[in-house]
Design a protein around this ligand. Structure first.
Ligand SMILES: Cc1ncc(COP(=O)(O)O)c(C=O)c1O
Ligand SMILES: [Zn+2]
Length: 412
């Protein structure tokens, strides 16, 4: 007997469309090995769940969406989700937009990144399966979110990260008790190693774009946006993209709320990738087929050569009527300071790419200035201060001597 996955009724293949019943160790389509989407009986759910019941919920975490999550209870531990929407009127004016740009600051999650959403749902699924050891490979944030959130429920974690992951992310992993395997290679190699370990040892695997339950956590950001905007769907949602799992999750969230009748339209999605790591944007603009790239960018979180949720991501861009843009590392680094000074939000490079990408889309004439736009800020800048310092520069060094003050500030 398989353990039920909350209200899920099956897993639908992204490629061949086959619906497979939920099973304990089933991650991908048994027919063609492609990724699967968790499916719910939305017609049945419609009868018991409404906008009104949701609005009355006092739960200010992603667990307010439990009726449409693949688990039967919340994960014990620090609150995840319900992150603030920060208005950025100065940034809007800079782009000539008529409505304030809104930044969804997911750096406020317990591990300081969006990935808490995914890890909390995947960890709860592992717990409901009776698993006590969870493994994952990550550019850094998915892993640190897993380690942070596994602490309270007492789940062991065994994590593969490229040894080049920013120190703050590795510090989080070690401090929160993960067993860390720093791979002398790329994220893609760490990913493959972790998959092999799962095949050999049967550890529960939380990998992005492999475990279908991560997307379920990620979709909650769209639910929050609908509620926080009083059910007014944004015209454009800007998403920084690596494996494409956030993007496919964001899309799934809006589509499910539309099918439930909670919203009456869908946004366009703007996928932003770094120039050196743009497999999804290239595929979306071309024949739709994902081909590996070098995966080379300063934005470590979106440095991916073979995106693991590429097909679903390309589909999401196309179905939304949206588009992709690429941005240079120089533009990404500059964007860190621009978002900080322009809106009071500290973003790590991948998250700052949202703003850099929106600017690029405006420059290319892809954005209607009247649109209501939300940009996802997916990770906090303190995650990678070395990158911030590349653009911020060094402070002025002065002697500890009061006399220097008059020299420095002759006019006060
Ligand atoms: C801060 C941040 N932004 C964006 C992404 C991209 O998400 P995905 O790999 O699902 O496309 C990640 C993934 O690690 C991330 O950590
Ligand atoms: Zn299939």
């Amino acid at each position: 007997m398989s353990v039920r996955a909350g209200a899920a009724v099956g897993l639908r293949c992204v490629a061949c469309g086959r619906l497979t019943p939920v099973a304990d160790d089933l991650y991908v389509c048994p027919g063609c090995n492609a990724n699967v989407l968790v499916e719910y009986d939305l017609d049945a759910l419609k009868k018991s769940w409404s906008r009104e019941s949701l609005t009355k919920s006092g739960d200010r975490t992603l667990w307010r969406y439990l009726p449409i999550l693949p688990v039967s209870a919340r994960l014990e531990g620090p609150p995840v989700g319900w992150t603030p929407l920060v208005a950025a009127p100065r940034l809007s004016r800079e782009l000539g937009l008529s409505q304030p740009l809104l930044l969804k600051d997911d750096g406020r999650n317990p591990s300081a990144s969006f990935k808490c959403r995914a890890s909390s749902v995947a960890l709860k699924r592992a717990q409901e399966l009776g698993r006590t050891l969870v493994t994952g490979a990550s550019t850094g944030n998915a892993a640190s979110a897993t380690a942070v959130l596994a602490a309270a429920p007492g789940i062991r974690t065994r994590i593969f990260v490229p040894k080049t992951a920013p120190r703050a992310k590795i510090a989080q992993l070690l401090t929160f008790g993960a067993e860390v395997l720093a791979v002398d290679g790329t994220y893609d190699q760490a990913f493959d190693l972790c998959l092999e370990a799962t095949r050999r040892f049967g550890w529960y695997n939380r990998n992005t774009g492999f475990n279908p339950y991560t997307r379920e956590g990620k979709k909650t950001v769209s639910f929050e946006l609908c509620e926080q905007l009083d059910w007014q769907v944004p015209d454009l949602v800007v998403v920084p993209v690596g494996d494409g799992n956030i993007l496919s999750g964001v899309w799934k969230g809006f589509v499910e709320f539309q099918r439930l009748g909670f919203i009456d339209r869908l946004p366009k999605l703007l996928a932003v990738q770094a120039e050196g790591s743009a497999a999804i944007v290239k595929a979306a603009a071309g024949d739709g087929v994902i081909r590996p790239v070098s995966g080379d960018t300063v934005a470590d979180s979106i440095s991916v050569s073979l995106p693991r949720d590429g097909d679903a991501a390309v589909k999401a861009i196309r179905e939304s009527g949206g588009f992709g843009v690429t941005v240079s590392d120089t533009a990404i680094l500059a964007a860190i300071g621009e978002v900080a000074r322009g809106a009071g939000v500290f973003a790590e490079p991948a998250a700052a790419a949202s703003w850099a990408g929106l600017k690029e889309a405006v420059r290319l004439g892809l954005v209607d200035p009247a649109w209501r736009i939300v940009a996802l800020i997916t990770g906090n800048g303190l995650k990678d201060v070395a990158s911030a310092m590349k653009t911020a520069g060094e402070p002025r060094l002065i002697p500890p001597d009061a006399g220097v003050l008059d020299t420095l500030f002759p006019e006060g």
